[in-house]
Write a protein that binds this ligand. Sequence first.
Ligand SMILES: Nc1ncnc2c1ncn2[C@@H]1O[C@H](COP(=O)(O)OP(=O)(O)OP(=O)(O)O)[C@@H](O)[C@H]1O
Ligand SMILES: [Mg+2]
Length: 320
Amino acid sequence: MTSPTSHSIIRTEGLSKTYPGADAPAVNSLDLTVEQGEIFGLLGPNGAGKTTTAGMLTTRVIPTSGRAIVAGVDVVTHPAKAKQSIGVVSQTNTLDRQLNVWENLYFHGRLFGMGAAESRATADQLLEQFQLAKWAKASVYALSGGMAQRLMVARSIFHRPAVLFMDEPTAGLDPQSRLALWDILRTLNAAGQTILLTTHYMEEADQLCHRVAIMDHGRILALDTPAGLKRSVGADSIVLIKAEGDHDALAAALSAALPDVTKIRTVDQGLEMHVRAADRILARAIAAAEAAGFDVADISLTEPTLETVFINLTGKELRD
Ligand SMILES: Nc1ncnc2c1ncn2[C@@H]1O[C@H](COP(=O)(O)OP(=O)(O)OP(=O)(O)O)[C@@H](O)[C@H]1O
Ligand SMILES: [Mg+2]
């Protein structure tokens, strides 16, 4: 997918960070390429190293070793220059509470070296675009979480950055604001904006990102399109069976009777099976369980998700 002629907007080589006093690196020798026009996701559980990675790429965290090039600029040797090409929406609310909504935008432009007239016009235009115009003179205290988030996104793209970094953009947002933000990000991306986002929501990575890197303990465990990652599970369906009794014996009976089961593991009150060909699988699974003397209390069929991929890679759940 990454050819020498494609336009890499982010490139890291052996990028690592070990915080002072830590016994393990927060980010461990990361080699990553993000192409122009992508929405690229870093997906991983708490402490995976997502924020540290975003921090290094946005000059906020100084790497222990390795290199990172963003929009053609080395972020370590030329942080001020790199910042001109970078937009950031961080995990916390970083709006200036001394300033009203409009001023939060206007002064951002001035800070990035834009003239007064251009900053004024851009602030007005962005407030319209992000449906915040009627809040222009309001205190940022008056904004809901979703509105504050929209304002931070508007501010982050004010200086037309080559790449927009968003750290857990929808953490703490209600479902409706989350969907609204996804729409905003898709619209920005459709207009050409490259976006790197971090998330621990598998749905967010799945629905929004062109490619996803699954991270844990500072390393990338897998990197592909969401569809490619899910295909890598090697199963078309996931079957969950709940039954009383000895789950090891049930697993053995099901494996023996169902040749298309690729993997089987114990979960709360039952078994989870990965199945390659799902033809009549529920009926066949029930029949096999009953033939082995088990009463099936409940059975359900789902498709693999990025959570399944993560469990396959690490043996643990994404959120625990
Ligand atoms: N400023 C810091 N000083 C020391 N250790 C840190 C610092 N920031 C992060 N860490 C540690 O580095 C590791 C990676 O943390 P990081 O915040 O990058 O993970 P994350 O994937 O963003 O997690 P979360 O989902 O909780 O935001 C963790 O073990 C964390 O405790
Ligand atoms: Mg984080």
